[in-house]
Design a protein around this ligand. Structure first.
Ligand SMILES: [Zn+2]
Length: 300
């Protein structure tokens, strides 16, 4: 696929002044001089960007973006969603409600929530995945969130590894605010530019995928971008995912650590770790957002 590139202002503060940080796969990663937000500029035009996601995003054999085979690691993803659900738990409203999962992939998180008695709804752009989720009797919209229309209010809105893909942040956070129940919460997970992993790996950090990851938040830039839309951060912490040795070896390969990969392959076999998995920090940020409810004045 070939794409047309365009320059955009900072998605957080609107400034057009920035400095170049890294060049990755011929894309420029820049940092806003005003608010320090990191983003890809120039990047694939907004109206073309969503073409990446509509066909075989989760079974993509071409280089550059997407997953090679999402389903192959379903067991690890389900374990990861169970862990994330536990992390969200303390912030959920007391009674069961309606959850919207934006970018639901195979719908594993929604399966877990439905088992807990929640009503579930999804947005998924990948046609093949949307079809699978629909087959489980889940209502799925295939529209980008910026164009999604609903007259419902949601008690929980989740965006797992999604916000970094979204071109129009202002429309997104305004819509999130409008769709969220007054007592509802938004839970999101996104690569954290301030994480130790990013600092350690520099431009080789695996989260730098400039075709599709176009926005790189920190807790500070996330708090800044949501504030004008009546949302506030109520929790941030480090997040990760379950991985097995196959995942680790793939990462070492991607980072071009050939020697480490050879050593790890040897160790995996020698130590019998082939089917072991564990939870690892991926340099991601887990954030919980709520509505900023203006306090009512009491007349005395
Ligand atoms: Zn900025």
């Amino acid at each position: 696929m070939s794409f047309e590139l365009t320059y955009y202002p900072c998605g957080v503060c609107g400034s057009k002044q920035y400095k170049l940080l890294y060049i990755i796969k011929n894309f420029n990663l820049v940092q806003c001089n005003n608010c320090r937000f990191v983003y890809v500029n120039p990047r694939i035009k907004n109206n073309e960007l969503y073409k990446i996601y509509s066909e075989h995003y989760f079974s993509n054999q071409s280089e550059g973006y997407g997953y090679r085979n999402y389903e192959l690691t379903s067991h690890l993803r389900i374990k990861t969603f169970q862990k994330w659900m536990k992390n969200i738990d303390p912030y959920l409203p007391p009674s069961k409600g309606l959850v919207l999962d934006i970018g639901c992939a195979a719908g594993h998180f929604l399966d877990l929530m439905r088992n807990r008695g929640w009503e579930v709804e999804a947005i998924e752009l990948d046609k093949q995945m949307a079809e699978k989720v629909r087959a489980k009797n889940i209502l799925v919209s295939e529209q980008p969130f910026e164009e999604f229309i609903s007259n419902k209010k949601y008690n929980l809105i989740t965006m797992f590894d999604v916000i970094e893909h979204i071109p129009d942040l202002k429309t997104t956070f305004k819509k999130l605010h409008d769709l969220l129940d007054d007592n509802g919460v938004i839970a999101l997970i996104t690569p954290n530019f301030d994480s130790t992993q990013r600092k350690l790996f520099g431009k080789r950090w695996f989260q730098f995928k400039p075709y599709e990851h176009i926005q790189y938040f920190t807790p500070q830039t996330l708090a800044k971008v949501i504030e004008p839309y009546g949302l506030k951060l109520i929790h941030t912490s480090a997040s990760g995912q379950y991985a097995d040795t196959g995942f680790l070896l793939d990462r070492l390969d991607r980072y071009n650590f050939k020697f480490m990969k050879m050593a790890a392959t040897f160790a995996t076999t020698a130590l019998g770790l082939k089917n072991k998995y564990w939870y690892m920090d991926t340099g991601s940020l887990f954030a919980v957002l709520k509505k900023q409810i203006p306090s009512k004045k009491i007349d005395v």
